[in-house]
Design a binder for this molecule. Structure first.
Ligand SMILES: [Zn+2]
Length: 219
């Protein structure tokens, strides 16, 4: 790929981060300066800056990093950069990662006694198609390197993980795919909370197998 088209792609991706960030913030999917978004580039990756509000990002000030974690340009990167890097390193096909403190996903992440291998039931086909199986990562304090190692251990098999008492980290082939999957997860968490205490008819193993075959899902 020529450097001209690389620069063009980077410009487009910076604008996309700003546009999706504003959309997520405006719809109340993450509050204050919480949440962060990243995209993979040919020569590193872009990440939203530390203490930035997703509703008010500046494309020129996004942090650019290399694969050794060095900060190349822009404002200082989010302190949660290590989560993104761990996921990219295990998922070569990932083009973007979204991490939000979205209310319903975060609420589910605080429920006691969840199945850590799969913490949300398969309520709808779209959830199965976009998320599959969602592991719960045990609580770690912000910035704890052990959290990155836990994410690294799961990311090879899972495009999304839920951090306990925190929120989801979701990867996608494109930023649009990562945003849509994050939103599907948030809607599924909302359904699950609405259905608490009600007998649930989730998709059966056979119905999930059918989706895996028809839509070529690999989880
Ligand atoms: Zn966070």
């Amino acid at each position: 790929m020529s450097s001209v088209s690389t620069r063009h792609d980077e410009h487009r991706l910076r604008e996309e981060i700003v546009r999706y960030g504003r959309s997520l913030f405006d719809r109340g999917l993450t509050a204050g300066s919480s949440g962060n978004i990243s995209v993979r580039l040919d020569d590193g990756w872009l990440l939203t800056p530390t203490n930035s509000c997703l509703g008010d990002l500046d494309p020129a000030r996004l942090a650019k990093l290399d694969w050794q974690g060095r900060h190349l340009s822009g404002d200082s990167p989010s302190k949660e950069a290590f989560l993104h890097r761990a996921m990219y390193e295990e998922r070569n096909g990932s083009g973007a990662i979204v991490h939000l403190h979205a209310t319903h996903s975060a609420a589910v992440s605080c429920i006691a006694g969840l199945d850590s291998a799969n913490c949300l039931p398969p309520l709808t086909a779209y959830y199965v198609m976009k998320i599959g199986r969602l592991p719960l990562v045990p609580y770690h304090r912000p910035g704890d390197p052990a959290l990155a190692e836990m994410v690294r251990g799961l990311a090879g098999k899972h495009s999304a993980v839920l951090l306990a008492n925190h929120g989801p980290v979701v990867s996608g082939t494109t930023l649009e795919a990562a945003v849509y999957a994050t939103e599907e997860l948030e809607e599924s968490a909302k359904l699950y909370l609405l259905l608490r205490g009600v007998p649930i008819s989730a998709l059966t193993a056979q119905q999930i197998d059918e989706l895996k075959v028809v839509f070529k899902l690999d989880f």
